[in-house]
Design a binder for this molecule. Structure first.
Ligand code: AMP
Length: 219
C-alpha cells in the first residue's frame, strides 16, 4: 500500500507508522527523521535544515521535494510505503503527484489523524525519542521499560528541541496555516480516511488496520 499519514505534530503518525512497519513490513518514510539524521551528521542538507527545524518552521519546498523524490526512487519502496510528515504544503502535494506519476504509481489512501491542539500540547511535552534510531516513547503514556533508555536498542532517550512548549505552539500555527488545507485537497479526491487519533496507541492501530483491510478488499 502507498500511504500518506497526514495530521498535526504529535497526532501519533510516527508511532503508528513505526508499528505498521514492524508488524506489516511497509517501510516508513519520515522526512523529519531524515532531516534529523542529516543534521546529526552535519551534511549540507542538515546545515540548511537546522535553521528551520529548530525554530519550528517548514524547510523550503524545493529542498523537501528533492529529498522525497530521491527517496521514493529507492527500491525498497516498490512494495509500498508510508509517508510520515510529507507532504506539508500544497506545493509538496503537487510535486508528490508528479513523482508518483513518473514512477507509474498512485496513493491508495491518505490517513488523516484527527486530534485537538490541547491533546497535542500534553503529548509532546512528554515525548522522548531515542538517539540511535528515533524510536518514540512517552514518559506517561508509553514509558520505556528502563527510564531514559530505548527498549529496542538501549540508546539514550531525549526531548527534541522542537518539542519544547513554545516551539510546539508555533509549529501548531504553521500546521493550521500551511498543512491543514491538504485535508480538503485529498478529501476532494476521495482517498481521505479519517482516524480518531485521541484514542490510545493500540486502539488507533486497530482502527488503522481495519481501515486498511477494508481498502484492500474494495480494490
Ligand atoms: P517531524 O518529525 O515530522 O515533526 O518534523 C520535524 C521538523 O522537520 C518539522 O517541524 C519541519 O521543520 C521539518 N520537516 C519535516 N518534514 C517536512 C516537510 N515535509 N516539509 C517541510 N519541513 C519538514
Amino acid at each position: 500500500m502507498n500511504l500518506v499519514f497526514l495530521g498535526p505534530l504529535g497526532a501519533g503518525k510516527g508511532t503508528q507508522a513505526q508499528l505498521l512497519q514492524e508488524r506489516e513490513g511497509i517501510p516508513q518514510i519520515s522526512t523529519g527523521d531524515m532531516l534529523r539524521q542529516a543534521m546529526g551528521e552535519g551534511t549540507e542538507l542538515g546545515r540548511k535544515a537546522r535553521v528551520y527545524v529548530d525554530r519550528g518552521e517548514l524547510v523550503p519546498d524545493d529542498v523537501m521535494i528533492g529529498l522525497i523524490g530521491e527517496r521514493l526512487r529507492e527500491p525498497n519502496t516498490r512494495r509500498g510505503f508510508i509517508l510520515d510528515g510529507y507532504p506539508r504544503t500544497l506545493g509538496q502535494a503537487q510535486a508528490l503527484d508528479r513523482v508518483l506519476e513518473a514512477l507509474e504509481r498512485s496513493l491508495d489512501a491518505v490517513v488523516y489523524f484527527q486530534v485537538s491542539d490541547k491533546t497535542i500540547i500534553h503529548r509532546l511535552g512528554g515525548r522522548r525519542v531515542c538517539r540511535k534510531a528515533a524510536h518514540i516513547f512517552h514518559v506517561e503514556f508509553h514509558p520505556p521499560r528502563i527510564p531514559g533508555r530505548c527498549d529496542f536498542d538501549g540508546s539514550e532517550l531525549f526531548q527534541r528541541e522542537d518539542d519544547k512548549e513554545e516551539t510546539v505552539r508555533h509549529r501548531l500555527e504553521v500546521y493550521h496555516r500551511q498543512t491543514e488545507p491538504l485535508v480538503e485537497f485529498y478529501r476532494s479526491r476521495g482517498i481521505l480516511e479519517t482516524i480518531n487519533a485521541e484514542a490510545e496507541i493500540e486502539d488507533v492501530y486497530a482502527a488503522l488496520r481495519e481501515m486498511l483491510r477494508a481498502r484492500v478488499e474494495s480494490r
